[in-house]
Design a protein around this ligand. Structure first.
Ligand SMILES: Nc1ncnc2c1ncn2[C@@H]1O[C@H](COP(=O)(O)OP(=O)(O)OP(=O)(O)O)[C@@H](O)[C@H]1O
Ligand SMILES: [Mg+2]
Length: 487
C-alpha cells in the first residue's frame, strides 16, 4: 500500500493545477463577460462560499454612518479585549485611555488576532482597518479618521449563545473596565456656548468631611445609594430613572461642596449648567439631551438664573404700584442684557417631558440661597424629590471641621466652642476659615482661639442686632465675624 505521506507531492500538484485553472477561468470571465452576468456570478459565488463556510462573523466598527460618529460598542470591545489581547496577541499597541490620561491601555494592533473562550466555546477576535481610497481633488484641514473595526468569528452552531450571552458578557465586562479606567469630568456651558466643554473633575469633597448633622448626612447618603440601585424599581413603577434635589441655605453652608461629595460618592460626571448662557428653550433642550448617563446636572443659584417668580409676580405687578412697575422693567432689562430667553415653563417641560426619555440614571440638583423665592411649580415633589437645607454650623459640624483641619477629636477648648457655637449663626465656611492655620507657627490651639474670638464677635453682633436700632436689623444676614456690620 502506498504511504500517504509519500503521495503528498502528487496531491499538491493536483490541487495546484486545479487552482490555476480556476484562477484562469475567473480572470477570463472578468475580462470578457458582460457586466450584468459578472455581477450575477459574483453574487452567487459569495452565496455559495457563505453556504460552505461554517463560520459567522460580526463586525464592530469604530465609526457609525457617514457622519463618523464614534460607536460606543467599539470602545467597549476595545476595553474588553485589552484584558485578553495582552495575553494572546503578539503585536500590541499602547494608547492613552480615552478617559484617563495617566493610564495606558493595551490593545491589538491592526490585523492582529486573539482568541477568547466562553463556556467552553472558542471565538476569534480580529482587528482591522477599512481601506479609505485617497480623495485626489479634495483638501481638508480635518483628515478622515482611520476606520478601524473588530471582527468576531465563531462557528455557526454557537450563533444563538454568542449573540445573546457572550456579547452581553463582553459589553458588561468592557464597561466595567472602562469604568475602572475612567476619570470623571466636569462639563460646563459658560461664555454663551451652545455646547459642553469639559475638564477632569477632581474635587476632594466627601460626605465624611462635610460638616452637618450625622443623622442628616446618613439619610442623604442612603437616599443617593438607594437611587443608584433602583433601576428595576423605577422601570416597574413606570417612572424615569431620575431624581431631583434642591439644596438651599445661606451662602457658605456647603451646597456646592455637597454636590461634589455626591459626585464622588456615586462616581458620576457633573454638568454645571449656566442658565444665563443658554439662548433659549431649544438650546436648553439640546444641552440637556446631550448629557450622559450617570451624571449630575447642576443649576446653581436658580433664583438668580431665571425669573422663577414667573407669571405670579407679573400678575401682581400688573395690578400695580409704581415700585412694582420699576421692578418689572428692571427684570426685563436684566433679561435682555443676559440674552437668555429660557423660561420657567421651558425648564419644567424638560424636567417632566423630554428629560424622562433620556435613558440612564441622572440627578438634577438646584441650589438657591432663597428657597422662598422659588415658584412652587419648580419645587414640588416629583420635580424636586428631596429638599435639603444646609444651615449654620453647630457643634456636631464643628467637630467634623476640627478633625478635617486640625486633626483634633477632643481638646479642652472644645467646650467653649460648643457653648458659643450653639448660640450664634456662623456658616461652616467661616468656621473653616478660622480653623485654617495662617502661618506655619500657628498650632491647633491658636486656631481654636481664633475661632472662639470670631464666635464672641458674632455673638455680640447678634445681640446688637436684637437690641440695636432698626436699621441695624436690616443687615441680619452677615454672620461673618470678619465683616463689620453695615449701618
Ligand atoms: N458643610 C460644610 N462642610 C465642610 N466644608 C464646608 C461646608 N460648608 C462650607 N464649607 C467650606 O466653605 C467653602 C464654601 O462652601 P460652598 O461653596 O460649598 O458654599 P455654598 O453653600 O455653595 O455657598 P454659595 O451659596 O455662596 O454658593 C468650601 O470650600 C468649603 O471648604
Ligand atoms: Mg455654591
Amino acid at each position: 500500500m502506498m504511504n500517504p505521506v509519500m503521495n503528498m507531492p502528487g496531491t499538491w500538484g493536483t490541487i495546484g493545477s486545479t487552482l490555476l485553472t480556476v484562477i484562469f477561468f475567473w480572470d477570463m470571465l472578468r475580462r470578457y463577460c458582460p457586466p450584468e452576468l459578472r455581477r450575477y456570478l459574483e453574487k452567487w459565488s459569495i452565496r455559495v462560499s457563505q453556504f460552505l463556510n461554517p463560520y459567522v462573523q460580526i463586525s464592530i466598527h469604530e465609526y457609525l454612518g457617514s457622519h463618523l460618529r464614534p460607536h460606543e460598542a467599539y470602545s467597549i470591545v476595545e476595553a474588553y479585549l485589552s484584558l485578553n489581547s495582552s495575553k494572546h496577541a503578539k503585536r500590541l499597541k499602547a494608547e492613552m485611555t480615552r478617559d484617563n490620561d495617566s493610564k495606558l491601555m493595551l490593545s491589538m494592533d491592526e490585523y492582529e488576532k486573539t482568541t477568547d473562550e466562553f463556556h467552553g466555546v472558542r471565538v476569534k477576535w480580529i482587528s482591522g482597518k477599512v481601506a479609505t481610497p485617497p480623495r485626489p481633488m479634495s483638501f481638508s484641514y480635518f483628515p478622515e479618521p482611520e476606520k478601524r473595526y473588530y471582527k468576531l468569528k465563531f462557528h455557526k452552531q454557537y450563533k444563538e449563545m454568542i449573540t445573546e450571552t457572550y456579547l452581553e458578557h463582553v459589553i458588561k465586562k468592557g464597561k466595567e473596565i472602562q469604568a475602572r479606567n475612567r476619570q470623571r469630568k466636569l462639563y460646563t456651558n459658560g461664555h454663551s456656548k451652545s455646547y459642553w466643554s469639559h475638564i477632569v473633575f477632581e474635587h476632594p469633597a466627601r460626605f465624611e468631611t462635610l460638616a452637618m448633622e450625622e443623622e442628616k448626612k446618613e439619610e442623604i447618603v442612603e437616599d443617593l445609594l438607594t437611587f443608584t440601585k433602583s433601576k428595576d424599581f423605577y422601570a416597574r413603577i413606570g417612572k424615569a430613572w431620575k431624581r431631583g434635589y434642591l439644596l438651599y441655605g445661606p451662602p457658605g453652608t456647603g451646597k456646592s461642596t455637597m454636590i461634589a461629595a455626591m459626585a464622588n460618592l456615586l462616581d458620576y460626571d457633573v454638568y454645571d449648567l449656566e442658565l444665563t448662557s443658554v439662548k433659549d428653550n431649544t438650546e436648553l433642550r439640546k444641552l440637556l439631551t446631550e448629557t450622559t448617563s450617570k451624571s449630575i446636572i447642576v443649576i446653581e443659584d436658580i433664583d438668580c438664573s431665571l425669573d422663577l417668580t414667573g407669571q405670579r409676580t407679573k400678575r401682581k405687578e400688573k395690578s400695580g404700584t409704581e415700585s412694582g412697575k420699576k421692578e418689572s422693567s428692571r427684570k426685563e432689562k436684566e433679561k435682555e442684557e443676559s440674552g437668555s430667553k429660557v423660561t420657567l415653563s421651558g425648564l419644567l417641560n424638560f424636567i417632566d417631558g423630554l428629560w424622562s426619555a433620556c435613558a440612564g440614571e441622572r440627578l438634577i440638583v438646584f441650589t438657591t440661597n432663597y428657597v422662598d423665592k422659588l415658584d412652587p411649580a419648580l419645587t414640588r415633589r416629583g420635580r424636586m424629590d428631596k429638599h435639603i437645607e444646609l444651615s449654620y454650623c453647630k457643634y456636631e459640624g464643628f467637630k467634623v471641621l476640627a478633625k478635617n483641619y486640625l486633626e483634633l477629636e477632643a481638646h479642652p477648648l472644645f467646650q467653649s466652642v460648643q457653648e458659643l457655637i450653639e448660640e450664634v449663626d456662623i456658616t461652616p465656611a467661616d468656621v473653616a476659615e478660622n480653623l485654617m492655620p495662617k502661618s506655619a507657627k500657628e498650632g491647633p490651639e491658636k486656631c481654636l482661639l481664633n475661632l472662639i474670638h470670631a464666635l464672641e464677635e458674632a455673638k455680640s453682633r447678634q445681640i446688637m442686632k436684637c437690641t440695636g436700632p432698626k436699621d441695624i436689623e436690616a443687615n441680619h444676614d452677615t454672620a461673618a465675624p470678619q465683616e463689620t456690620p453695615e449701618i
